[in-house]
Design a binder for this molecule. Structure first.
Ligand code: KIV
Ligand code: ZN
Length: 498
């Protein structure tokens, strides 16, 4: 008999904290519904006290999903807990996730406090949260660097105070797998009443060991894992959901099972990557473009003879369907709607009509439309409310000539034009934009996402622009990479606060 491992997804909290990955409420609901379809047990929907946007998202996600527990993060502070409880009022199953730093460095530098006082604050927060909900999770922030004996005292105290789940985060991604596993084992063996709570892992990937640490945590007694889609999250990210789900599926002999419908892994990954403008690295396990691509002759030969020679996972098991209908200019609305549905995107007739119109325009420019293209089209109306829009762009460039760009912008209904020369077509176009938008801004980062399937693919550009001491993130997608760059630049400017 297998034992059940609970999947706690924090894509919408730890994942969403990543600069540039912010979603609006409608997008968060879309992701939450997809996570529900994927079969996660808990959705950490946000940190309600942190902003009105987060508060509202927790409310709307609570209304939109039925089965998963909705969890809201707090510090060990009464006001945070009050606000979280209010945000969770519509959730069918609710959990408050409260906690405090327990490592000596957090106690001394973050709280200027003592070990005894931290235990008192932790216990008070758990008791206070239990006044609102029956399900309270406690996190011992920086548990990875917390002395095991003291950590056991904290965990014992919070379980006595009513914590139902105890989270042992390796906040800084510092632990070695053996060390993290031993930490969980120590708690199992030394905490009185540990059987009254579920132990949870929460591992960051700073040293590339998040998944290994999580697996070792489970092997030593943890029965909940905190994960994100594609492993997105603070800095180097969190443990990737898809890796954990597939590890325990491939290694059935371990005797751990999850509720994840693995065939929904790939569509979920594509949706999150597209909505958060966060490309998936090509060699990413399970969901990367190359995860199932065999390129060496020896491997290809083996796979053709028997697929099991080099493939431990059937791509169909994670929702990669090689036989997916290829959409072309002759595909109808129904085919587009079906593909969107497979990708986890549902939309009303009016929006479908608009996306179909854009789809036909794109299909005129390129032969086959990929899933990535469709997701870009589906999210393309994200900037309809922008007050600055690109009206036209013309660029001349080549070898041995200086690039020239002329463009027109519509700013709140007024038309502006400019032309500039530059060190290449993007430089020329950006200089032309700057002639119209006279602000002191600096382009800090410019990433063109790899074009995966041919020279007619939609190019995606991510940009970071610094203005007035703040960093702004922009995204553009177009079959013309120069136009995508200008769109990303304008997307940044549209977000300027003043
Ligand atoms: O990494 C961490 O410690 C966290 C906690 C807030 C759970 O994200
Ligand atoms: Zn974290």
């Amino acid at each position: 008999m297998s034992e059940r491992l609970f999947i706690f997804d924090t894509t919408l909290r730890d994942g969403e904290q990543v600069p540039g990955c912010q979603l609006n409420t409608v997008e968060k609901i879309q992701v939450a519904k997809q996570l529900e379809a994927l079969g996660v047990d808990v959705i950490e929907a946000g940190f309600p006290v942190s902003s009105p946007g987060d508060f509202n998202s927790v409310i709307e996600i609570s209304k939109a999903v039925t089965w998963p527990t909705i969890c809201a993060l707090t510090r060990a502070v009464q006001k945070d807990i009050d606000v979280a409880a209010e945000a969770l009022k519509f959730a069918k199953h609710k959990r408050i996730h409260t906690g405090i730093g327990t490592s000596d460095s957090h106690i001394k530098y973050k709280f200027n406090s003592t070990r005894e006082e931290i235990i008192e604050r932790a216990v008070a927060a758990v008791k206070y949260a239990r006044r609102y909900v029956d399900d309270v999770e406690f996190y011992a922030e920086d548990a990875g660097r917390t002395d095991n004996e003291y950590l056991a005292q904290v965990i014992e105290a919070v379980i006595k105070a009513g914590a139902t789940v105890v989270n042992i985060p390796d906040t800084t991604g510092y632990c070695l797998p053996e060390e993290y596993g031993a930490k969980i084992k120590y708690l199992v063996e030394h905490v009185d009443g540990i059987d009254k709570a579920i132990i949870s892992t929460h591992c960051h990937n700073d040293l590339g060991m998040a998944t290994a640490n999580t697996v070792n945590g489970v092997l030593n007694g943890a029965r909940q894992v905190e994960v994100t889609i594609d492993g997105i999250g603070e800095r180097a990210g969190n443990t990737a959901l898809e890796e954990i789900a597939m590890i325990f599926k491939c290694h059935r002999d371990i005797g751990i099972e999850t509720n994840i419908n693995t065939q929904k892994i790939y569509p979920t990954s594509r949706m999150v990557s597209s909505l958060m403008n966060m490309p998936v690295q090509p060699n990413k396990a399970i969901v990367g473009r190359n995860a199932f691509a065999h390129s060496s002759g020896i491997h290809q030969d083996g796979v053709l003879k028997n697929v099991h020679t080099y493939e431990i996972i059937d791509p169909k098991d994670v929702g990669i369907d090689d036989n997916a209908i290829v959409l072309t200019a002759r595909s109808g609305r129904a085919a587009l709607k079906h593909r969107l549905h497979v990708l986890g995107v549902e939309m009303g007739q009016e929006k479908l009509d608009k996306v179909y119109e854009d789809f036909l325009k794109l299909a005129d420019k390129k032969k086959d439309i990929t899933d990535d293209d469709i997701l870009v089209l589906a999210g393309a109306d994200r900037n309809v409310n922008h007050h600055i829009k690109l009206e036209y762009l013309q660029v001349t460039s080549g070898v041995g000539v200086r690039s020239v760009a002329s463009l027109g912008l519509n700013i709140s209904g007024e038309h502006f034009e400019a032309a500039a020369t530059g060190n290449g077509p993007v430089d020329a176009a950006i200089k032309a934009v700057k002639q119209i938008i006279r602000r002191q801004m600096t382009l800090k980062e410019f990433t063109i996402q790899a074009i995966s399937k041919g020279s007619d693919d939609v190019g995606k550009v991510h940009m970071q622009v610094e203005y007035d001491g703040q960093m702004y993130y922009g995204f553009g997608a177009n079959t013309d990479i120069i136009a995508a760059s200008v769109e990303a630049y304008i997307d940044c400017i549209n977000k300027f606060k003043k």
